[in-house]
Design a protein around this ligand. Structure first.
Ligand SMILES: [Zn+2]
Length: 169
């Protein structure tokens, strides 16, 4: 196993110090700045969709069982020992996602099927962008930020093996 002190500076036997610039050109301080606590809220929901301007299976109306991971990071914990209270994420994250998308058909607003759905009295959700995993990830990220949640990443699993991430690094 590698000596832990090799990671930031390789200074065996020397006391590691955050005031590293004079010792190692600031590498230790930069290493410490990368250390973060991360918590993740997982939300699962079912939805239907299809993609426009695309040729492939997702061009047909079909459904997915989505898994969303909402990640929040902080360099230090609060007095409770939390990055964030999961209870607070649930309202802005899980509750909103389920109310907006769960068991709904999500379409781009110019989808030609929309007039037929309206005429038939069927419900749907129209987005200004294609309902792709990438756009879902950004949509959820932007909503959480707008609600004041300090989210740092949203991972959207369209299937167990296809995941899109929108994050801030
Ligand atoms: Zn699909």
């Amino acid at each position: 196993m590698a000596c832990p002190c090799e990671a930031p500076s390789g200074n065996h036997g020397r006391e590691a110090s955050p005031s590293g610039p004079e010792v190692d050109g600031g590498r230790w301080a930069r290493y410490l700045a990368l250390l973060m606590f991360r918590v993740t809220e997982v939300v699962r929901f079912c939805y239907g969709h299809r993609l426009l301007d695309y040729e492939g299976p997702c061009a047909r109306i079909h459904g997915h069982n989505a898994r969303v991971e909402i990640e929040i990071s902080a360099p230090a914990l609060d007095r409770k020992g939390f990055v964030v209270d999961f209870f607070d994420i649930e309202k802005a994250g899980k509750d909103w996602i389920l109310s907006q998308f769960d068991h709904h058909l999500i379409l781009r607003e110019d989808d030609p099927v929309i007039p037929f759905l309206k005429e038939a009295g069927e419900t749907f959700v129209a987005l200004s962008v294609n309902p792709s995993a990438e756009n879902f990830a950004k949509l959820i990220f932007d909503h959480l930020r707008a609600q004041g949640v300090p989210v740092t990443a949203v991972r959207f699993y369209e299937t167990e093996t296809a995941v899109a991430t929108y994050d801030e690094r």
